[in-house]
Every structure is written in C-alpha cells, then in structure tokens.
Write a protein that binds this ligand. Structure first.
Ligand SMILES: O=P(O)(O)OC[C@@H](O)[C@@H](O)c1c[nH]c2ccccc12
Length: 329
C-alpha cells in the first residue's frame, strides 16, 4: 500500500507520456481506443471544445464531464486521506466467489442485479425509486451480487445510494458502476462500501488498466473489466491478473444492443478464457429466459441485468420471470 499511497504518484498513462513524449490520446489511439481525454479540468468546457471539437459520442461526453468531477473530488477529499480511510474500511466481500458459487448452485448464470434509475439511452426507468428497497428485494430473490450505478449526471445514481445499500444490512457483494478514469475513484468507491468496480476497456489504455487492477488487488476488490468488441477483448486477454470480464451487448458509443455480440466474442476467445480460469459476465439487453439461455450457451457464468428488472412493479419477483425459475441462495 505504501508505494501506491503517494500523493504525487501519477497515473500510469501520464508516466508513459513523460517517458516517450507521446500524449495520452496518442497512446490510447494506438491501442484502438476512440475515446479522447481533455486532461484540463480547470479550463471551461467551451475552451476545450474549441480545441478538440465537440465530444464525438455519449461515452466521450461522459468521460469529459467525469474529468471535471474527479478534479472536484480531489479538491474535496485529498487522495492521501481517502487511502487512509480505505485501509480502515470493513473488509470486502468476495464478489468473484459469490458469482462462481451461485452459478454452481443454480445451474443458470449468477445474477448481478442492477440498481439503476435511469440511463442516457432509455431515460428514466423507474419514477418511484428506492435503492435500498430494490436492493433488498433483489437479494431476497436470489441475486448473487448487486450493481449500484453511482454516476449522477447521466444515470441519476449516487455514491449515497451505494453507501445506503451497504449500510442497509444487504449482504451481497456490491459492484460500483462508475466511469473510472482515476485511482481516486477506486479508493472512494471502497470507502463507500464497494467490493468490486467496473473498468471499461473502451476508456482505459493498457497501462491504466494494469495500474488500476493492482490497486483493486491491494484493496481486496474484484475488477469487472468491460469489453464490447474484438480489439478490446484481445487487449484485455493479454493483461495478467484479469479474473472477470464483462461483455457489454450495448455499445456505449452508439447505444446499439445486440446479444449476439457475447456469442461472437466467446466463439473466438472462449478457449483462452477457459484456460485462464476467467469468468465472463453477459451484460445488457437481457429480458427473458431465452435471452439468458442464449448467453449461457455462449459461455457466460453470470449476467448483469438492470432495465428488465427495475422497470417492473416488483423487481424482486421479476427475477424468477427472467430466469424461468426461482433462484436459491
Ligand atoms: O439495463 P440493462 O440493459 O439490463 O443493462 C445493465 C448493464 O449492463 C448496463 O447498465 C451497463 C453495462 N455497462 C455499463 C457501463 C456504464 C453504465 C451502464 C452500463
């Protein structure tokens, strides 16, 4: 922890930038990453857009806003202090283990049930939104783990929701569903009660991915590495220490949802994934037992589901409908 606990320790990408004189965006682009960073959180957005043009898609817009938000976070609570608090937080729960054992027990993919109020693609999913009630209903009805959206601006989530669910007596391991671009966010998530965190390959260059994975490991957290296409899958499979890969059926750049994406990527990379003992999570656009069976046959051990549960009157009972049977704890 000591080595990482330096306030002046910079993100790995910045380090590489100094070493070879390349900009962050050059490094990212050379890895096929289309999302650019502005890296100037103290400059008004207007000026940034004059230089870089408007954000090219919704994911890039989210990330540009996130850069401002993270800078505010640093100012509000210095990293050094946050690291201390993370060291004193109650221990993590085993997110990966909970998925593996639920899959064995039920014979259907383990459920990561998502506490999600809204999304940029679908708008508000549930008007009367009580995150704790939803989380408790999910747990009672056999969810192995829960995912809590924390992004406020685009998903109407919050870290307060994460903290509330953690303090409500819910025992399931919790995934912090965030757009992580800086290690500050990982420590922050841990302090607020997260056991796992999402890292998105479409956003993070390899060095950041490796660095953040190492921080997660030190904190006892599981990293869910999200990929959407072939190139991202190939990059991620080259990184050591990856345990859990999520295949998002939805493009965060275009919002197009296609469950055959999971099948296609697993047909190509399933053997490598099995050899490495990696678990795969099928993410997004799953609505009924046929959808679940389809991604299970493709090779996933877990599914991440938000909309089709949260939209129903009783999100807990919706779980049996999604799987075609009750899930056991
Ligand atoms: O609501 P859905 O279609 O069941 O999807 C859930 C989850 O996969 C989705 O919320 C998600 C997957 N990856 C993300 C990254 C950021 C924000 C949200 C997401």
């Amino acid at each position: 922890m000591e080595e990482l606990a330096q306030d002046d320790m910079v993100n790995a990408v910045e380090l590489a930038q100094w070493e070879n004189g390349k900009s962050i965006n050059d490094i990212a682009a050379s890895q096929g990453i289309r999302i650019r960073r502005h890296c100037r959180p103290s400059v008004p957005m207007k000026e940034i857009e004059e230089e870089l043009g408007a954000p090219r898609n919704i994911l890039e817009k989210i990330i540009w806003d996130k850069e401002f938000e993270v800078a505010e976070g640093h100012a509000r609570r210095p990293l050094r202090e946050l690291i201390k608090a993370a060291e004193q937080a109650p221990p993590t729960r085993d997110f990966f283990g909970a998925l593996a054992s639920a899959y064995k027990r039920n014979g259907v993919p383990a459920l990561i049930a998502e506490v999600k109020k809204a999304s940029p693609s679908r708008g508000v999913l549930r008007e009367n939104f009580n995150p704790v009630e939803i989380a408790q209903a999910y747990e009672k009805n056999g969810a192995a783990c829960l995912s809590i959206l924390t992004d406020e601006k685009y998903f109407q989530g919050s870290f307060e929701n994460l903290e509330k669910v953690r303090n409500s007596g819910v025992k399931c391991p919790l995934l912090c569903k965030e757009f992580v671009i800086d290690k500050w966010q990982i420590y922050h998530a841990r302090v607020k009660g997260a056991d796992a965190i999402l890292l998105i390959a479409a956003v993070l260059p390899d060095l950041d991915m490796k660095y953040f994975l190492r921080i997660c490991k030190e904190l006892g957290m599981t990293a869910l590495i999200e990929v959407h296409d072939e190139r991202e899958m190939e990059r991620v499979l080259k990184i050591s220490g990856v345990q859990l890969i999520g295949i998002n059926n939805r493009s965060l750049e275009t919002f197009v949802v296609d469950t055959s994406n999971t099948k296609m990527l697993l047909e190509k990379h399933g053997d490598t994934i099995r050899e490495k003992g990696i678990l795969v999570v099928g993410e997004s656009g799953l609505f009924n037992p046929d959808d679940v069976a389809y991604v299970q046959n493709a090779g996933v051990s877990a599914v991440l589901v938000g909309e089709s549960l949260v939209k129903q009157e009783d999100p807990g009972r919706a779980i049996a409908g999604l799987f075609g049977k009750e899930l056991l704890h």
